[in-house]
Design a protein around this ligand. Structure first.
Ligand code: TXA
Ligand code: MG
Length: 336
């Protein structure tokens, strides 16, 4: 049974708030993935987040707030379309990039003139933000380039005791990082697909542009090819080629793992096969847990069945493509 923990005790929240006030780092659940948070107005605390994650300082963080009425504290300008998106999708899995307010520390924005802001809906994230009473800068709670954490134990596995407080809010309901849109220069652009789909965005914002992979867009860490990757090489395979590819790869006694959307046609002693099913929400919810599980089998390869080429699967397909390209695409990045 999935563990459902929605609220923290008063003592847990007090401990987390104290850590934030002391300039320490806390991990907290959100409905997308777990965040590694610091007081967004405390430069050395935010620096600790980058250090723990081993993330380059040029990659900006999302500021989490508990309600859209505080948007103006972080954004210098809030266009009407951003207000509408916030009203419709917050609290929820949407991040909005806006012109930054003057007081936002450079360490959060990577020195850019924009800032990313999100109001998470997970009740424990809301509890923490309200009790803290300020913005929490938080990337996903994983080391740079690795799989995001969707359970508290994955945060502990990743960081051990280096994180002073880890709030356990059970499994993240969505399981994939938030949708990111920018509302800049009169345009709305989708920077990262997520549970708030392009269609949903368009129903509120009208025209929404897609940010091309090679376009000059604000720097989005998640847009690096090396993101969301397990340590084992991962390859995307068409559904009807899974068995043949598995047989080929296991011919020399190597063990492999398969993340599919159907059961195997035959059983293989050297293949670990997960059938993640055909429902996109359930697939997304379990994606990082499944990849973590397969990554730990000690196998030589992970084969992932290509997901449907339909808009509903955009966010999942995006994460799988990034996980798969780590080993066969040269990442074009000046700061690695
Ligand atoms: O669901 C989520 O968004 C999770 C939870 C914890 O809120 N956070 C998350 O953070 O995924 P992170 O750091 O792993 O990814 C943050 C993304 C980056 O990929 C980057 O795209 C975007 O936030 N970002 C931050 N500031 C930005 C800016 N000024 N312009 C464009 N993108 C920005
Ligand atoms: Mg991340």
């Amino acid at each position: 049974m999935a563990k459902k923990i929605l609220r923290a005790s008063q003592a847990e929240i007090e401990a987390a708030v104290q850590a934030l006030r002391d300039g320490d780092v806390v991990a907290f659940p959100t409905e997308t993935v777990y965040g590694l948070g610091a007081n967004a107005n405390h430069v050395s605390a935010v620096r600790k987040v980058y250090e723990l994650k081993q993330r380059p300082l040029t990659h900006p963080l999302i500021v989490h707030i508990d309600h859209r009425r505080f948007l103006h504290r972080w954004a210098h300008e809030v266009p009407e379309v951003a207000e509408k998106l916030a009203e419709r999708f917050w609290p929820g899995p949407l991040t909005i990039v806006l012109p930054r307010a003057a007081n936002v520390p450079d360490i959060i924005t990577g020195g850019q003139d924009t800032v990313a802001i999100r109001v998470p809906s997970h009740p424990m994230a809301q509890q923490l933000l309200t009790a803290f009473g300020g913005g929490i800068a938080a990337p996903s709670a994983n080391r740079f380039g690795r799989l995001s954490a969707t359970r508290a134990e994955h945060v502990r596995e990743e960081f051990g005791d280096a994180v002073r407080v880890v709030l356990d809010g059970g499994e993240s309901q969505v399981g994939l990082e938030s949708t990111i849109v920018s509302c800049l220069d009169g345009k709305v652009r989708l920077l990262r697909p997520g549970a708030v789909t392009l269609e949903m965005l368009r129903s509120v914002a009208g025209e929404v542009e897609l940010a091309g992979a090679d376009e000059h867009v604000p720097r989005v860490p998640g847009s690096l090819a090396s993101h969301y990757a397990p340590q084992t090489p991962l390859q995307l395979v068409l559904a009807d080629e899974l068995e043949a590819t598995a047989e080929q790869l296991t011919s020399d006694q190597r063990r492999i793992a398969v993340l599919a959307q159907r059961p195997p046609l035959r059983t293989y002693p050297s293949v670990t096969w997960i059938n993640a099913g055909s429902r996109v929400d359930a697939y997304a919810h379990d994606l990082y847990v499944n990849l973590r599980t397969l990554d730990k089998t000690g196998c030589a390869h992970i084969l992932v069945q290509r997901v449907p080429d339909t808009p509903a699967w955009d966010a999942v397909r995006d994460r799988l493509q990034r996980a798969a390209t780590t080993y066969d695409i040269e990442v074009v990045e000046e700061d690695g």
